[in-house]
Design a protein. Structure first.
Length: 180
């Protein structure tokens, strides 16, 4: 697994480390309202120890890899692989970005870099991205990259307030990505 991926001269993806716990917590804490709308873990991230516990939990999930996004040297969010199914050569990409860095193309370019990495170096055949059905900004990322909307997973996401929302399922196959 790579420890760093270069997206552009302004954007770097670096494997998250325990020493990033404070940085991660501060980003979540300062963007709590913005991120909490769609990300259930925000409500349960109450102190640096919670961020550290998340980072440490990744060590037990060898196939899952999470990168911190650095934009012009500033921490911007996370992106990574989850729900890795190595037997069927498929995985999901999850991501979030702080509010002040939105609308700069950071996440679209970061996702494209991670998709390239998954297909070319990890021998993955299928990449999936799940987006809350009402989260239009998140949906634009797989749409811009040519992902196919496969359908809606009803009540696919349980939010922190205890209610479910629908989830749009996007996918890209290796053979499709090569043509793009």
């Amino acid at each position: 697994m790579k420890q760093q991926l270069t997206v552009s001269h302004e954007i770097e993806l670096q494997a998250i480390q325990e020493s990033d716990a404070r940085l991660l917590f501060d980003a979540i804490d300062h963007n709590r309202t913005y991120l909490g709308r769609w990300l259930p873990f925000v409500a349960s991230t109450c102190e640096v120890a919670d961020s550290l516990a998340f980072i440490c939990s990744l060590q037990h999930k060898k196939a899952e890899q999470v990168f911190k996004i650095s934009y012009r040297g500033k921490f911007g969010g996370l992106i990574g692989f989850n729900m890795v199914d190595s037997h069927n050569l498929k995985l999901e990409i999850g991501y979030w970005l702080i509010e002040s860095l939105q609308k700069n193309g950071i996440m679209t370019r970061s996702v494209a870099t991670l998709v390239d990495y998954a297909f070319s170096e990890l021998a993955i055949n299928r990449v999936q991205i799940n987006c809350a059905a009402a989260n239009v900004a998140s949906q634009k990322i797989p749409q811009r990259l040519g992902f196919i909307l496969e359908g809606i997973q009803r009540d696919g996401i349980l939010l922190a307030d205890g209610h479910f929302i629908d989830c749009q399922i996007y996918s890209m196959l290796k053979r499709e990505w090569k043509r793009l």
